[in-house]
Design a protein around this ligand. Sequence first.
Ligand code: 26Q
Length: 825
Amino acid sequence: MPTPEMSPSNGAKPTSADLQRSFLRHLQYTLVRDKYSATKADLYLALAYAVRDVLVDRWLDTQQSYYVNDAKRVYYISMEFLMGRALGNSLINLGMLEEWQTALKEMGINVEELLEQEWDAGLGNGGLGRLAACFLDSCATLRLPVTGYGIRYEYGMFRQKIEQGRQLEEPDHWLRNGNPWEIERPEYTVRIKFGGRSDFVPGADGRMHVCWVDTQDVLAVPYDMPIPGYRNGTVNTLRLWKAAATEEFDLDEFNAGSYTEAVAAKNAAEHITMVLYPNDASENGKELRLRQQYFLASASLQDVLRAWVYKHGEDFSRFAEKNCFQLNDTHPTCAVPELMRLLMDEHGMGWEEAWDITSHTMAYTNHTLLPEALERWPVNMFGRLLPRLRDIILEINARFMEEVSLRWPGGTERERRMSIVEEGGEPQIRMAYLAVVACHSVNGVAALHSQLLQQHLFHDFFELWPHKFNNKTNGVTPRRWMAASNPLLSSLIDKRLGESWRTELSRLQGLREYAGDKKFRAEWRAVKQANKQRLAEMVARDCGVEFDPTAMFDVQVKRIHEYKRQLLNVLHVIHLYDRIKRGDSANWTPRCVLIGGKAAPGYMMAKRIIRLVTAVAEVVNHDPATKGLLQLAFLPDYRVSAMEVICPAADLSEQISTAGKEASGTGNMKFMMNGAITIGTLDGANIEIREEAGEQNFFLFGLTAEQVEAARGHYDPAAIVAADADLGRVMHLLESGHFNLFEPGLFDPIVHAILNPHDPWLTAADFRSYVDAQHRAAVAYRDQEGWVRMSIFNTAASGKFSSDRTIQEYNREIWKLAQVSAHAE
Ligand code: 26Q
């Protein structure tokens, strides 16, 4: 078959005229527009289609070379992929940004303006979803045959509006204007079963066969998105599943005479992929969520098995050496019993053989220690929805309990503790335990987190299988988080170090020698200044607050959660306000504090914290006494594309979670790369950030994870408030209604939380050391030359936090994939 090439077939770089032709062809023939009728959104789409053509050539080549090489493959299965925008990233990774800028400039079109037209693909809550997106970029860049499997939610993460200081949620109908990055693949549709019962029928071989019958089926239709590597010709695939009604589903109901019920049933089927659950700590027990999880697991596994059988027939002897499933938290853990089911019921395997394959191909990443975030499903609900899977899980547990009793004879207490089924009250399936039992690898996402997993949550399992446990400290992709979002810093670095840091981030170490160069420091500072100007414009537009770019930009953006302690940040702002009002503002460091993040819609305390931020901002910003000294803004609708403007502009990165609670953090890494200095606790990856940066280049405060644990039982916040005059005045301002004159009692729940001896987040305990660390930061900022030096040292030391390093570790220690080259580029 002849293969058309949209780029010149001789391999030469396309000329400006080539690019313009391709652009105009799409404008006219794909979008049916001309230069008179085209909107900016059309121009964006025309460019997106033209870029997609280039991706398609490399995409087909890459997938073919994986097939031809019979390469071992990894499937990254995740309920969330927080991709953000694709166009700018594709242009960077293809190395075509400048060419397109030139070509479109000749037509009077500004590429940056078109990039702004793209809607974020917000198919995730926060860290876990964005990590999946960074990992895909690194896998493609490292030429690893890794496919992402996820859900094509009709509605992504809700859009956040702030009205009268409160969060309002609006649906994110991100597909409304079409999505140029997805290709529907109806030919790979698979069928997913729900409900029904297990039927045992004797087979011709005399053995009993299990059939899952009387089911209500739903179709899963795949949509593929291209994942380009950085300038290497590789394009991997993110395959997202959409739910669709089956034909006969409609027909059965229709023949029974109930047309409307048939249409309603079709609706129910398509509901499965309608909306992303907007909780980043689990909302337990919702049946639709379990449907989503099984839908993803089953569709993805059937897809992999179909491709296997196509190539190898029913010979599964080499399946485990050729495939690996990486489970992004417990959310896709239905994959464990589902693979067992498919191998046994659909491919005629016995238990032992199926278990051998399942346990050798499954690997599990844990992202949380918080008990309320650990997934549990009532055995009964599970059994109603997925009866065959429930039976398989119970069998896995029975065999596991046998193993436990062999290792620890007579220990019923151990068995009770370790059982996959939690008894007492409603029996529940502990998904994390199921994952640990079934997977050959279990990892945490930062050194401290992995250590705490072994010592606490999974301690019994660690004793049984120490070899399964490992750490993979998170990372983020420098292509999006430096090259694309911070072009000024990138070209400054290029002038000194060349361009290789984009794929070998530890090269940034080379910046250290320029920290002593006055001219370089001035350039570094000018870049930060320009980025701060850009952020100030966004804050003025979206918050109506004036930020002075010469002030220190103090930033905390992340999901709103009590453990992340946005509250501690606000207490500090109130303290600074109180100092100004008391006239204690000699040698002041002007500061602009930015807080942003979404609260889960049902999380009342998180919403109240947003209300507090907006209330304090209102008072602080409108008090003439703070002019030029202190401003506070709450940025609405924090998302990937907002972070691309925020992280290049931050001076101070707030990473202030209660020690032992934040598994890793990844925003902390984006800030560090872009030269912000961290103020943080010894939590998650902060510990490693401080190790890399050096303690002089990090503002440390707060209790350690051990001290936090030891404080339980004898924590006395009232005594802490009584002993600290600054905290006392802050609490008085809060309690007196200074920030809620017209809504008495508004912040009572917050005051009570701080004063509660059972406050799990120990906010009062860390107040003093936080304020002291903030003071050290303020003093340090006044020495601008010293600050710039610290900034350079942070960027220089950020190499470890490239997701390329993380993925290389996953590959070396878990996946063991060979790199596969598509064609040379
Ligand atoms: C579970 C069940 C039902 C509904 C929702 C959920 C759910 C969804 C998302 C539970 C958790 C999440 C997301 C968790 C998350 O983002 N965790 C973060 O993962 C990052 C990447 O490893 C870490 O850096 C963060 O520390 C961690 O909080």
